[in-house]
Design a protein around this ligand. Structure first.
Ligand SMILES: Nc1ncnc2c1ncn2[C@@H]1O[C@H](COP(=O)(O)OP(=O)(O)O)[C@@H](O)[C@H]1O
Ligand SMILES: N[C@@H](CCOP(=O)(O)O)C(=O)O
Length: 326
């Protein structure tokens, strides 16, 4: 359960008094999520989500995240909308944390991922990429090569306690990615964390996207690689090529991937695997005992990294290069 900051009834009442939302009916911590404190807030006017931003969120980035949700929503991507108070502001402070109320999205994220979820996800991701193209704000990806190097330095000394040999494996992979990370692929606004728990479905159709707090400007195909890792492996660790093919084909119906983007996918998938391996490892080593949060297994991502290190071409993701490509 991700509730790092407890909000007292009194603090909540004076916070809500700044909005036209009516009185608080209930406010319960949400037993999901990793990064921030989230509450399901029900007022006389309906349900909302109250988020207090914690450790990894730089307050200077919040205008980017909140503006992006408004921008995407205005372009038909269903996502939460920040709620403004009577003073016109959405972003304020609660219990010493930056805090926002956003609209509640109906739907459920898929607990058991089916191939049709992957197809819908591919299309939704491509639509997000197109809708983000004219978003005017910019945010560098804090969790790309430089961020990985920082996380690596912070975890290196204790990595072998999690798995013998992990420290050396991470050092070698990071050095290799720093050497050959692509520099000339199409970039734009990416979600960067579009895991199943951030994608809602309703009556079998994708109904909305949440959790834009890693969104940034980076390689668009990197976002595809994040989703390959998050959606296309089974619980036993096997890669499901049918899910990958459906996800990629649906993405490409909306935003075709160039031969260069397709050829880079194995490398981008390695980078994505390293990114989540490092953040999970950092959290594994640093989450205080008794924190109300479920730590995620870093080694799941070591396994995914190993898989992509062996991939020799995109045929292994169920695709062929477009005719005429090398
Ligand atoms: N706008 C929303 N509408 C409905 N539920 C939401 C919304 N935002 C968050 N949630 C719920 O809160 C959970 C955690 O939210 P998330 O943004 O993923 O947290 P974190 O950033 O801490 O990882 C989600 O899995 C979902 O159940
Ligand atoms: N998706 C990340 C953790 C971030 O959690 P989220 O609840 O913000 O999606 C992971 O799986 O490591």
């Amino acid at each position: 359960m991700a509730v790092y900051t407890e909000v007292s009834d009194e603090d909540l009442r004076s916070f809500i008094a700044q909005y036209d939302l009516g009185a608080v009916v209930s406010c319960k911590g949400i037993a999901e999520g990793v990064e921030n404190s989230n509450y399901l807030l029900v007022t006389e006017t309906g349900p909302f989500i109250l988020t207090l931003y914690e450790k990894r969120v730089d307050p200077a980035d919040l205008p980017f995240f909140l503006g992006l949700m408004e921008h995407l929503s205005a372009r038909g991507v269903t996502c939460p909308l920040p709620v403004r108070g009577r003073d016109g502001e959405a972003l304020r402070s609660l219990c010493g944390r930056p805090a926002v109320i956003v609209t509640f999205l109906a739907g459920m994220w898929p607990r058991r991922i089916l191939p049709e979820h992957c197809a819908a996800l591919g299309e939704g991701l491509a639509r997000l990429h197109l809708a983000g193209a004219d978003f005017p704000l910019r945010r560098a990806n804090a969790l790309s090569l430089d961020g990985w190097r920082t996380l690596h330095a912070a975890t290196h000394g204790r990595a072998d306690a999690v798995k013998p040999g992990l420290a050396a494996a991470l050092a070698a992979e990071l050095a290799e990615l720093e050497r050959c990370w692509p520099a000339d692929l199409p970039c734009g606004v990416i979600h960067a964390d579009l895991f199943p728990d951030n994608v809602f479905f309703r009556d079998g159709a994708l109904s909305g996207l949440i959790d834009f707090y890693f969104a940034c400007n980076d390689i668009l195909a990197y976002d595809v690689a994040v989703c390959l890792n998050a959606w296309c492996f089974e619980a036993d660790g096997s890669f499901n090529v049918t899910k990958a093919r459906l996800m990629l084909a649906s993405y490409m119906k909306v935003r075709p991937l160039s031969a260069a983007e397709l050829e880079a996918l194995p490398l981008l998938a390695r980078g994505s695997a390293l990114r989540f391996l490092l953040t999970r490892l950092y959290d594994w080593l640093n989450t205080p005992a008794g924190a109300l949060v479920k730590r995620k297994d870093p080694l799941e991502y070591l396994h995914k990294l190993r898989f992509h290190q062996q991939v020799r071409g995109i045929g292994e993701y169920g695709l062929t290069l477009p005719a005429g490509a090398a």
